[in-house]
Design a protein around this ligand. Structure first.
Ligand code: FEO
Ligand code: CA
Ligand code: CA
Ligand code: CA
Length: 697
């Protein structure tokens, strides 16, 4: 298959057969393949927990943008769009004016010329910076890996190649000039992966290739001389593909439970595959945590499960309907709930992988609960244990924390590694309740209360400690298997899609990205509250949480909103108190990471302002707190994932380039990264400074 260079790209305007159910500018194709059209369905959380909790509590206790008209010229003058066949930079989506900020006045790490919002089919980076693709979908990992051929995709070929839709990116130390790159492959876009794809009747090769394109990759990379580029080391002994048929061990309290036993695994201890791995985290002991998110969409025939208790559980997890989108059930019984009702219970976990041991079996850590896990980010407690922060990415779902019983043994010795190997099997799982300090002043408009901040306190409500349930009516195993339902009963706060989370390595404050929630305040839905202060929240916000005594083992915390996202001209936005005329517009915060200077970096998923997704640096401390600057934008249809912010290199995962409604292999919507005549391929990209100096200084 070759894509004719003469063939025109799809217009950037969606041409889908039906509108996207999202309010954020997402293509319907994204909704269908990534999250099973979650926004088209009612939010699964119909609980009235807030009311219940209130009763219980009473009883017990800016922007760096172009002035309209100067957009195209200034963008061309100040930014570099390479790595793909850049279409002309399209306008200045989002409206408003531009007040170029002197780069020298920003804090260290953020001294670059902000990239303006744009719709260019390229990775657009600041002037003076360079970029290169590190690895792309279908690239070889092993000496025997077949060359990528869009017309000859099979499970066997994909199992030896880099997977699709890279999301989380981690970089672990290896040798003097080498690193271990670990990457999630969240989901597959069949219509833009397979030539002549017929949605109603996927072939066996297509299903097997899709199963194999999901999962994880571990690949050793080597630094290139006099640049920030990274080159994969094909055939390195630590390279590994974990995919839809790899063995994963269930561990922790739910391992062996009757609700995780299947015909193929009567012991309930070995699950095949990991799916929809979104973001993740790296542990202090050198392992990788990866989060199984929208797992509901892979399972068919939920409609056959009529037992009321089982049906209620499936519904709360969004498992519904008859035929699944990808129809894996046509070729593997385990995806058919009529035949294997418990298989779905073996997904929705945090998975721990030891990337330094290619023979190790990864563990699904059941002690951390089962939900639509977005990420898992550890922080050491004052007494040396480990806390893991986790968001459940669904409208009106919750924010969680796990605290281990055992202490972390420092260092990378064999003894330490053995000691830490099962730390995440024993501990207490909590869910967060947020209380505002300006009651009666939250009207859903985003107007700041009289104290000038959306802020307040909160508590961590214990759900389960090992074999001991803290939730009346739920066994410990039931709390872990059906965590959402357990959390519904204890007064957890319904949030606007909790996504990635990142504790600041400097201050210990924990930052939570809340992507959006167009249903906030709708009829019959939870109203705005101080932690989720806007009705029909299209642009999301970022919450800053400070644990009591700055100890991640604490059961109470203070919080405030760092950012209320959107176009700075929109009066409902807030940028940490920083002058709004000097910030970049930002919409739908998703992944978060810190740079070595203590700045928070945010990648976005969906943009309700009309620009392509981007990566932003945000100052969180001092006089520049709230200063928000866009560092890059991604190609047509893509989402910015990763990211990793090193002193002299930025890594992002460009996920689902070309994912526009109506796009196919024959009629692609993007030519990134390889130009005319090629299919768009998700890829990890490295960005560095042409003069070799550090990023943003
Ligand atoms: Fe996979 Fe919540 O984004
Ligand atoms: Ca307040
Ligand atoms: Ca995400
Ligand atoms: Ca992160």
């Amino acid at each position: 298959m070759t894509v004719s260079p003469e063939r025109p790209l799809l217009p950037v305007v969606d041409t889908g057969d039906r509108p996207s159910p999202c309010s954020t500018g997402r293509a319907a194709l994204t909704c269908r393949y990534r999250c099973g059209d979650a926004c088209a369905h009612d939010a699964p959380n119909t609980s009235t927990n807030e009311t219940f909790a209130d009763v219980l509590a009473a009883a017990t206790s800016r922007r760096t943008l172009l002035r309209t008209g100067a957009v195209i010229g200034a963008a061309a003058a100040t930014t570099v769009a390479v790595g793909g066949p850049a279409a002309a930079t399209k306008g200045r989506p989002g409206g408003g004016s531009h007040h170029p900020q002197r780069p020298g006045s920003a804090p260290h790490g953020l001294r670059f010329e902000a990239v303006p919002p744009n719709t260019t089919d390229a990775v657009t980076i600041p002037s003076g910076y360079r970029q290169d693709v590190v690895i792309r979908w279908g690239d070889p990992l092993f000496k025997d890996s077949p060359r990528f051929d869009v017309n000859r995709q099979t499970g066997a070929s994909q199992r030896r190649q880099f997977g699709y839709n890279n999301d989380f990116v981690g970089l672990l130390p290896l040798g003097r000039d080498t690193h271990l790159l670990v990457v999630n492959h969240e989901y597959t876009d069949e219509q833009i992966m397979f030539p002549k794809y017929v949605k109603a009747s996927p072939t066996r090769d297509q299903v097997e290739a899709a199963l194999a394109a999901h999962g994880l990759s571990v690949v050793a990379v080597r630094e290139q001389r006099r640049s920030g580029a990274l080159e994969p080391i094909v055939g390195h002994p630590l390279n590994r593909r974990l995919h839809g048929s790899t063995e994963f061990r269930l561990s922790g309290p739910v391992a062996g439970h009757e609700l995780v036993r299947t015909k193929a695994d009567p012991q309930g201890r070995t699950a095949l595959g990991t799916f929809n791995n979104c973001s993740g985290g790296l542990t202090p002991w050198g392992t990788w945590l990866t989060a199984e998110e929208n797992i509901n969409q892979y399972f068919a025939n939920a409609a056959t499960r009529t037992d009321p208790v089982e049906a209620k559980r499936l519904k709360r997890y969004g498992v519904a309907g008859t035929t699944s989108e990808r129809q894996w059930e046509k070729y593997e019984d385990r995806f058919d709930l009529a035949k294997e009702p418990n298989e779905v219970n073996r997904f929705g976990w945090i998975v721990e992988v030891d990337p330094y041991d290619p023979t190790s079996t990864p563990r699904k850590r059941t002690a951390l609960g089962r939900f639509k896990h977005e990420a898992a980010q550890p922080r050491i407690t004052r007494d040396g244990r480990v806390a893991v922060y986790m968001g459940d990415d669904e409208r009106f779902d919750y924010f969680y924390k796990f605290v281990s019983h055992g202490k972390v043994k420092r260092g990378r010795s064999l003894r330490a590694r053995r000691h830490n190997a099962d730390l995440l099997d024993h501990g207490t799982l909590y869910v967060a309740k947020f209380t505002g300090d300006s009651p009666g002043e939250i009207d859903g408009s985003g107007k700041l209360p009289a104290d000038g901040r959306f802020d307040g306190g909160g508590e961590w409500i214990p759900l389960v400690s090992g074999d001991r349930s803290h939730v009346p009516g739920f066994s410990a195993a039931e709390v872990l298997l059906f965590t959402r339902l357990a959390a519904d009963t204890v007064g957890a706060t319904k949030m606007d899609r909790p996504e990635d989370v990142e504790p600041s390595p400097r201050s210990g404050k924990v930052y939570v990205a809340l992507t959006n929630n167009s249903n906030r305040g709708a009829a019959g839905q939870a109203p705005a509250d101080e932690a989720n202060p806007r009705n029909a929240n299209k642009n999301g916000h970022v919450l800053e949480l400070t644990e009591a005594r700055n100890d991640s083992a604490a059961t109470s915390f203070a919080w405030n909103l760092l950012l209320v996202c959107g176009d700075p001209d929109d009066p409902s936005t807030y940028f940490g108190g920083y002058p709004k005329k000097d910030v970049s517009p930002i919409s739908c915060p998703d992944n978060v990471a810190f740079d070595p200077h203590g700045n928070l970096w945010i990648s976005t998923d969906g943009n309700a302002l009309g620009s392509h997704d981007g990566l932003f640096g945000v100052s969180v401390e001092g006089r520049s707190r709230g200063l928000t600057k866009q560092f890059l934008t991604v190609p047509t249809g893509a989402e910015t994932c990763g990211p990793v912010i090193q002193r002299d290199r930025v890594l992002v995962a460009v996920q689902h380039p070309g994912e526009k409604d109506g796009a196919t292999v024959e009629q692609p919507a993007s030519q990134w990264p390889d130009g005319p005549g090629t299919v768009p391929r998700p890829a990890v990209v490295a960005v560095w400074r042409a003069d070799g100096r550090d990023i943003g200084v």
